[in-house]
Design a protein around this ligand. Structure first.
Ligand code: XMP
Length: 319
């Protein structure tokens, strides 16, 4: 694609002009955006770049292994894998407010990046895979007054006191363009086609307070849901699909015993850029099959509902 070829060359020049001979830390989330940003940066500045992947304990099943494998083995890009699960979960303990969760996560990410920067003798820049819609939605409603909808961790959720300057080479791009750029850079199709996954991870898919137990339950349900979506050949038709664990327990019956367990909500949407979205019209038989599997296989969930809200007025994530 000639547009992306040109973009690639220009972006590389811009990155070099911005960072000079300084060191750059790139926060990798495992998603497409930060991965594309990392590969682009590596091409631009080589070993001035250190990629940092933070396991905040809010990742999906198997996610950390996948990211580490891709970067170290397939790309040979050096990657620091930080195990920060305990810190994140401790700081988030008892926090239910969505914006507060995002702010805490943003601050902890920066703490980790700054600590890693120190280890390499200081870095002047922090690189992120911020996209155009992230910029817009963290700032205001389009055309409206300045109202924050959500502090995306990779924009508005950053603390004011950060020492590093930002490098955001994808700031002008939409998701489909980032995917084109990823292909242009030779990232595997399977990776480029991945559904978006938010920086705050499962924290914003667990309304109410977050515990290791709830995260474990959510991970299992999410894995089953995505496995069934892939098996049905629907993954690429859907922009994003995930499970949400609601902080509500309801009464059920299993065999001849009473159960009192959590509700799991399933979400799947179609979209072009994440700014607007429609709920995905699954065949009811499919949803029924997923619900049965989740209830049978996941301890702690006894009821499954499907979210049929579009964006607007809903948002894609629940928080
Ligand atoms: P919402 O929920 O705002 O989501 O309709 C739009 C898209 O953005 C993703 N999202 C995030 N991505 N950091 C990210 O990197 C964040 O803090 C964040 N919050 C939401 C969301 O998954 C969806 O694809």
């Amino acid at each position: 694609d000639w547009t992306m070829k040109a973009f690639r060359a220009e972006a590389i020049e811009r990155i070099r002009a911005q960072v000079g001979s300084e060191k750059v830390i790139c926060g990798l989330s495992g998603g497409v955006d930060s991965s594309v940003a990392a590969v682009l940066l590596h091409e631009a500045i080589g070993d001035q770049l250190t990629c940092v992947f933070v396991d905040h304990g809010l990742l999906r099943a198997g996610e950390a292994e996948q990211v580490v494998t891709l970067f170290r083995d397939a790309y040979n890009i050096p990657l620091v894998h930080v195990q920060a699960q305990e810190t994140f979960l401790e700081e988030l303990s008892g926090i239910s407010d969505p914006e507060q969760k995002r702010k805490i996560i943003g601050r902890l990410f920066i703490d980790v990046f700054e600590a890693e920067a120190k280890k390499i003798g200081g870095a002047s820049f922090l690189a992120q895979g911020t996209l155009y819609p992230d910029v817009i939605e963290s700032v205001s409603f389009t055309g409206g007054p300045s109202v924050t909808i959500k502090s995306h961790h990779n924009v508005g959720g950053l603390p004011e006191r950060m020492n590093m300057k930002l490098v955001e080479p994808l700031r002008e791009l939409f998701k489909d363009e980032v995917r084109d750029l990823g292909r242009e850079l030779g990232l595997p199709d399977k990776f480029v086609g991945r559904h978006p996954f938010p920086g705050p991870g499962l924290a914003i898919r667990c309304p109410g307070d977050i515990t290791a137990e709830k995260l474990g339950i959510l991970r299992k349900a999410d894995l089953i849901y995505l496995e069934e979506i892939r098996r049905a050949g629907l993954y690429d038709e859907i922009w994003q699909a995930f499970a949400v664990l609601l902080p509500v327990r309801t009464v059920g019956v299993m065999g001849d015993a009473r159960t009192y367990d959590y509700v799991c909500a399933l979400r799947a949407v179609t979209s072009v850029d994440g700014m607007t979205a429609d709920f995905y019209p699954f065949d009811m038989k499919f949803i029924g099959r997923v619900a049965t599997r989740i209830i049978n296989e996941v301890n702690g969930i006894n009821r499954v509902v499907y979210d049929i809200t579009s964006k607007p007025p809903g948002t894609i994530e629940w928080e």
